[in-house]
Write a new protein. Structure first.
Length: 73
């Protein structure tokens, strides 16, 4: 939670400016803008692939079990 206390004889406009800077620094404004409208799952995947962030995957060996079964054939 972001809190702003008045400093001495600071005006309300100055306090508001400091509050906005703190929100921007925390990334709060970016999150609010991002969730302000519905984003399709395909658009989410596209955005994640552009930024380089990978979606979480299931834990496990995965391909190692497939490779041993293919050598048995």
């Amino acid at each position: 939670m972001i809190k702003v206390k008045s400093r001495g004889n600071e005006t309300a406009e100055q306090m508001l400016r400091r509050f906005k800077k703190m929100c921007e620094k925390e990334g709060l404004t970016k999150d609010i803008k991002r969730i302000a409208y519905y984003e399709k799952p395909s658009e989410k995947r596209r955005r994640r692939s552009r930024t380089g962030k990978k979606p979480p995957r299931f834990a496990g060996s995965g391909n190692s079990s497939n490779s041993s079964s293919s050598s048995d054939r």
